[in-house]
Design a protein around this ligand. Sequence first.
Ligand code: 5RP
Length: 221
Amino acid sequence: MTQDELKQQVAQAALEHVVEDAVVGVGSGSTVNCFIDALASMKNRIDGAVAASDASAERLKKHGIRVVDLNSVAELPVYIDGADEITEHLHMIKGGGGALTREKIVAAVARKFVCICDASKLVPVLGKYPLPLEVVPMARSHVGREMLRRGAQPVLRENFKTDNGNLILDCHGLTVLDPPALERDLDGIAGVVTNGIFARRGADVLLLGTPDGVKTTRRKA
Ligand code: 5RP
């Protein structure tokens, strides 16, 4: 099976987690694009969607799915999103597409986070994928120095601005042995809007696309 077929497989499987007559949270990225395309088949059975990026909002609208402002939603039963890396503990690195801030916000509101990935994303330890930080432009050098102190090599994502008008520093060379602790630490650096570790609010369910079918892992209580 190709990677695209694995993505389509998990996107289809995620439909089973969508709650009818409710608003669904939708992340961003190529796997989520497959999910949005699949969601179109049940658009008349949902109230609409909250999108974590402008690109996802556009794709939802093209399918005729109503896009709702997060502030107007009292509750969000489920959020479906991809990841750049995920561990068996359902800790993730996200932000490859630069939408990490809105993704973290929507994930925080949702009751259940369902992560959809192809098998290449499952790793024993986070960090091989460069960790994205969304940074206020004037703090770029300060945050870069702070990351060097932590043993990472920060690289400015070129010609890129987030949906919030900020920069992304991709931090190479980290081995994230304690994801919740590093997430908290990086949140404390002045000028970091959001870091791409999703551990304190990790996924509740992982749907992993493999050549043998979709494997489901649930977060241990
Ligand atoms: C975007 C993200 C995406 O979920 C992540 O990059 C995975 O994308 P893809 O499904 O294209 O591999 O965090 O900010």
